[in-house]
Design a binder for this molecule. Structure first.
Ligand SMILES: [Zn+2]
Length: 61
């Protein structure tokens, strides 16, 4: 089995992990209700996607 010759230092390890973050992605406003929603996702407020209702209407919105 291949075994690392040297211990990975805390600095090296943490530098490698510096890219392991997640981003929220692109946000835009819904064309139907104006609520902020994620791009290419159904609007959670009104349930519309591309001008069409695709999930049941939320009476609270
Ligand atoms: Zn909406």
């Amino acid at each position: 089995m291949a075994v690392p010759k040297k211990k990975t230092s805390k600095s090296r390890r943490d530098q490698r992990r510096s890219h392991h973050y997640v981003t929220t992605g692109q946000a835009e406003s819904c064309s139907n209700c104006g609520e902020t929603k994620q791009r290419h996702h159904v609007c959670f407020s009104c349930g519309y996607y591309r001008g069409r209702r695709v999930i049941a209407h939320n009476p609270a919105a």
